[in-house]
Design a protein around this ligand. Structure first.
Ligand SMILES: [Zn+2]
Length: 148
């Protein structure tokens, strides 16, 4: 693995841990050249799931796109990088065995997972995802969250 700091391909694993749900292996690595440390994650590779968009077109499932959306929602919230990684992995795992999934379903799944993590991040994600147009939409989502 190339060191992200000095680009040397010379490191050793100093710690290996399995995520709580058992889906991700996290490895803490130390670069033998510059001595800095970095972390890598191993996760289950899912076969090619295709996403059916609202307009009916199909695109390959894009983990990074989901992750970016979640990261944006978690901006300045007390959510760790590793929690986001696990969320995305959990979502991917739920898609295992599927060949085609509607984008709407993926959005709903991401929201459900995000909600367990941080409610503010959840509302932010929902507001972008569901394209809230009015303050009314927003307050309805909040009411729903509080009443559930
Ligand atoms: Zn290095």
């Amino acid at each position: 693995m190339k060191c992200p700091f000095c680009r040397e391909d010379n490191d050793r694993v100093v710690e290996t841990r399995l995520s709580d749900d058992g889906f991700i292996i996290r490895r803490r690595r130390a670069c033998n050249a510059c001595r800095r440390r970095f972390t890598t994650y191993e996760r289950i590779e899912i076969g090619k799931v295709r996403v059916i968009k609202r307009d009916g077109t199909r695109v390959p499932f894009d983990r990074d796109k989901i992750r970016q959306g979640v990261e944006r929602a978690c901006w300045k919230r007390p959510v760790r990088e590793s929690q986001i990684t696990e969320l995305v992995a959990e979502l991917e795992t739920s898609l295992e065995g599927e060949t085609e999934v509607e984008s709407q379903l993926i959005g709903e799944m991401a929201m459900a997972l995000l909600r367990k993590l941080d409610e503010i991040a959840y509302v932010r994600f929902a507001s972008v995802y569901r394209k809230f147009e009015t303050a009314q939409d927003f307050s309805e989502a909040l009411d729903k969250m509080i009443n559930d």
